[in-house]
Design a protein around this ligand. Structure first.
Ligand code: HDE
Length: 752
């Protein structure tokens, strides 16, 4: 017979109590009569546990990406039948469940609610800065040249490491135009075997502020005005110039923005800078200070300001398109990573330059940039949101061999990047998002939180422990542990202050100005004149002119003339720094890979040699685009642009084989030149293309009827305009001109 229910419970409780006693009693060390302890000593490690689930070397970084062996064009959905998020197969996804065909939607329609609810939450907060960006995958290969100064494994000779790079503008929203005048972000995630290394840099080597506590202030000043939320992605407004004229430490970075560096031709043609000084440590524990530089294989090139503005309207995605087109066409962008190396002295200066001041550079002439590896971008994202939008950089992500310094801007950044992701990516588990997963095995003791994807085994996520076999154990040098370099921190009083050396706000701005060629100086003058000309407040213009007077009197006088204001006298003695020729973008010849060449043809004209010309352009690693009055096929070749869809800004050079004289009624009356002489009666859209290419100092070539077009446009015979009898004679000369990026002598200069 069974016992009474009350007895069953009592017996079970007693049995359980016995069990507890059975398990625990013998293990209490020193207890009289206790058995020998069976658990491990807290600190004795055994073989490490396998990596946390879902966080090993991620073969499944992108479910449909190349890593899985699927082509990038693989279908978005995997499987034949549409299902709910729970896997229930669906009969219909186009009609909501209604009370009759004309009735209201029923609340019980789970599929409808799941679909709309998910859609309602598709957007996440955009980055508070650097919201607009584009990213690509690639590979980094170490040269081994840095082995003497850093133990970082990814820099060893021949070592290949996957990377993901995100380029960005700073000020604009996620949908803003690519070609605005702004700093560009250049953030690289190295998925190294020793943990992820994020080099979160810009295309300019200095920053607006010296202390991170002012970051929100400069960004509030640069972002659109809080009342009307305009202007978008611009620094040409009162609050920006108010800030930089009051915080004169910003003047150096501001001049970089006003220079051609503020309007890059392509992400592929930008330098990148780590900005801060880092500390490197080698196997022997010796340290040096270092600055990181990315040098583009294609050279550093920029747009013309008018061109940049036109592109903002014609093709706001210009830089993004350029990057993805180049990668997909096989013109894989490349950069060399280099370092400037300085002795790690107690004063942390080099040649009198404070290495902790992020508003200062060390000219390359004083400390050459030494190449330590090469990066190639070779794969576009499979899914923009999953990869480019969700990638989360943090300059605290460092491998052993690279450490931070006390640069107060860097120190503030060490806090900010982790913090911002918690809101942006909704919780602390964002490192588990595929694009953010390290390629090194992860074995952390972080648990729970929103969006926890790992299913952790074991009971003791703490250490030391005796319940999970003492795991995890800690690593030493032999196991590639990260090393916090034991730098001496001098005892000092707490202060809110900067070193005195940080007070020099002008000498390096003058250094930059004096390093520019005449044409680059002219562009800088025009940029300041444009931006200040957009300000309303007279006092702000005057204050900024005073800053310019302290940089250079000629610069100040020219901008003042443009603004119609008197030029003030300097209030500080002008420094006489030696120029740094490495800062100028003019004067060298560069590869032309991936450049765009427009070829204007007349379908009824002489098409001889066009096919061979296209092949020559391809052979030079560039992209020929045939432009004709209408689409379709001309001379057996596909037309890529028509007179209606083409605009000069898309091309790096223009070749004109001929342009048909439009029939009198072919163009709207406003486009036709009434009573124009026959020679000038060329389609005005072709003339505009030629004129703009000329104004933007691009190489132009023409032959036969095309040469006549150049004459009619009034550009024949001027520098960088080549004419000849045949395409075969003209193209090589145009190619040569393109190597210099622009026909520099076409730009006017006012600075002697
Ligand atoms: Fe950033 N910065 N920053 N920054 N930054 C961010 O982090 C911040 C600074 C840079 O493509 C944010 O994930 C502070 C210098 C790049 O995802 C945020 C300070 C340099 C990117 C942040 C600086 C940079 C960011 C916004 C002053 C060049 C884009 C979203 C102490 C060396 C990364 C995010 C990407 C992004 C903070 C100054 C470069 C808010 C507080 C100097 C390239 O955390």
């Amino acid at each position: 017979m069974g016992s009474k229910p009350g007895n069953v419970i009592k017996n079970a409780v007693e049995a359980a109590a016995d069990k507890v006693v059975d398990l625990l009693t013998p293990d209490i060390p020193g207890k009289p009569g206790g058995a020998t302890p069976t658990l491990e000593e807290p600190t004795a490690p055994v073989d490490p546990l396998p990596p946390k689930q879902e966080q090993g070397s991620p073969d499944t970084r992108t479910p449909t990406g190349a890593k899985t062996g699927l082509p990038p064009t693989a279908k978005g959905q995997q499987g034949a039948y549409l299902t709910t998020a729970q896997g229930a197969r669906l009969r219909d996804t186009d009609h909501s469940l209604k009370a009759g065909p004309r009735g209201p939607i029923l609340l019980q329609d789970h599929h409808f609610r799941e679909k709309i609810t998910h859609f309602d939450h598709e957007r996440i907060p955009e980055r508070v800065v650097h919201a607009r960006g584009a990213g690509a995958h690639g590979v980094f290969e170490g040269y081994g040249t840095a082995e003497g100064v850093t133990r970082a494994g990814f820099l060893k000779k021949g070592k290949k490491t996957d990377v993901f790079v995100r380029f960005s503008t700073v000020l604009g929203s996620r949908g803003s135009a690519d070609t605005v005048r702004d700093t560009r972000g250049f953030a690289t995630k190295f998925y190294t075997d020793e943990g992820t290394f994020d080099l979160v840099g810009n295309n300019m080597p200095v920053f607006f502020i010296q202390d991170g506590i002012k970051f929100s202030d400069i960004i509030h000043a640069g972002k659109p005005h809080p009342d009307r939320e305009i202007p978008q992605a611009q620094s040409a407004h009162d609050t920006f110039w108010d800030f930089v004229s009051l915080h004169t430490e910003a003047q150096h970075h501001t001049m970089w923005n006003m220079s051609d560096r503020g309007i890059p031709r392509s992400f592929r043609m930008m330098e990148g800078f780590g900005v801060h000084t880092f500390r490197l440590v080698n196997e022997a524990g010796e340290t040096v200070l270092a600055k990181f530089h990315w040098k583009p294989k294609l050279g550093v090139h920029s747009l013309d300001w008018e061109e940049a503005q036109l592109i903002s309207g014609m093709d706001p995605d210009f830089h993004r398109r350029d990057l993805y087109d180049a990668i997909e066409a096989g013109a894989h962008p490349e950069w060399e990573l280099g370092i400037q190396v300085f002795p790690d002295t107690p004063d942390e200066t080099f040649e009198g330059i404070d290495l902790l001041d992020p508003t200062k550079i060390v000219p390359e002439e004083l400390a050459p940039v030494q190449p330590i590896g090469r990066m190639t971008l070779n794969r576009t994202p499979t899914n923009f949101f999953a990869e480019v939008e969700q990638v989360a950089y943090h300059l605290g992500n460092l491998p052993p061999g690279i450490d931070v310094t006390n640069d107060p801007l860097l120190q503030a950044r060490l806090f900010s990047y982790l913090d911002t992701q918690i809101t942006r990516l909704a919780g602390p588990n964002f490192p588990q998002i595929p694009i953010n997963r390290p390629h090194a095995d992860v074995n952390d003791m972080l648990r729970d939180g929103f969006h926890q994807h790992a299913v952790h085994a074991g009971v003791a996520p703490y250490r030391p422990n005796s319940l999970d076999g003492g795991n995890p154990s800690v690593a030493g040098d032999a196991e590639h542990a990260f090393l916090d370099v034991p730098v001496t921190v001098t005892e000092a009083s707490k202060v809110r202050a900067n070193p005195v050396s940080f007070d020099d706000h002008y000498s390096q701005v003058r250094l930059f100005w004096r390093s520019m060629s005449a044409v680059e100086q002219e562009h800088i003058i025009r940029a300041y004149t444009f931006e200040l000309g957009k300000c309303y407040e007279q006092a702000i213009k005057e204050r900024q002119l005073q800053c310019l007077a302290n940089i250079d009197p000629v610069l100040c006088a020219q901008v003042a003339t443009g603004l119609g204001l008197p030029a003030p006298q300097p209030t500080e003695p002008l420094a006489e720094p030696a120029p740094s020729p490495a800062l100028s973008q003019v004067g060298a010849v560069w590869p032309t890979d991936g450049r765009m060449v427009g070829i204007v043809v007349d379908p009824d004209g002489d098409l001889d040699g066009i096919s061979a010309l296209r092949e020559s352009v391809f052979a030079a690693g560039m992209v020929p685009l045939l432009i004709a009055p209408h689409g379709g096929i001309v001379g057996g070749l596909p037309v890529q642009r028509t007179f209606a869809t083409a605009r000069s800004v898309e091309f790096d050079a223009l070749l004109v084989a001929g342009a048909p004289v439009p029939a009198p009624d072919a163009l709207p009356a406003r486009d036709a030149k009434a009573g124009a002489p026959a020679a000038a009666n060329i389609d005005p859209r072709v003339l505009l293309m030629v004129e703009e290419c000329w104004r933007h100092a691009k190489a132009i070539g023409g032959w036969g009827a095309g040469a006549a077009v150049l004459t009619a446009a009034g550009v024949a015979g001027s520098p960088g305009v080549v004419d000849g009898d045949a395409a075969a004679a003209v193209f090589p000369q145009v190619l040569q001109l393109m190597g210099a990026h622009r026909v520099w002598e076409r730009f006017p200069t006012v600075v002697a």
